[in-house]
Design a protein around this ligand. Structure first.
Ligand code: ZN
Length: 129
């Protein structure tokens, strides 16, 4: 999974610059730190190394389509991580729909207009088996 360094974020949101991953404390109290970390690990993996990571962050900041592409990959990993312990197919299908719509809401509102809810639902549904 990569030799990443997991640190506490003092901000509300997590972020990554290879090889550092910052996870906010509140994810622990909600019991979602694993899937949150999986999300950030995806970004870190895509950043490959510290210098490409800095370029990645700049590109991420200026380009909506790049943000959407990178967040889609990270959220797909996050959904898969949350669904992993669920073995009953009907329960899994129900939760999949629920988690995807929750994350699609975040994607459409917390990333400076990178996508609509419908675009996010479509992208996440296509990526989660
Ligand atoms: Zn992200």
């Amino acid at each position: 999974m990569g030799p990443y360094k997991i640190l506490n974020s003092t901000f509300d949101r997590g972020f990554s610059v290879h090889p550092f991953i910052f996870i906010p404390k509140w994810t622990e109290t909600q019991g979602i730190e694993n899937s949150y970390e999986a999300h950030e690990r995806t970004h870190c993996g895509r950043q490959k190394n510290f210098f490409y990571g800095l370029y990645w962050i700049g590109h991420y900041y200026v380009s909506k389509s790049f943000r959407f592409q990178e967040e889609t990959l990270a959220y797909i990993t996050q959904v898969i991580t949350r669904l992993a312990p669920i073995t009953k197919p009907s329960e899994r299908a129900f939760l999949k729909t629920q988690i995807i719509s929750e994350y699609a809401g975040e994607m459409a509102t917390e990333y400076r207009g990178m996508c609509t809810v419908d675009q996010a639902i479509k992208a996440l549904s296509a990526g989660v088996p």
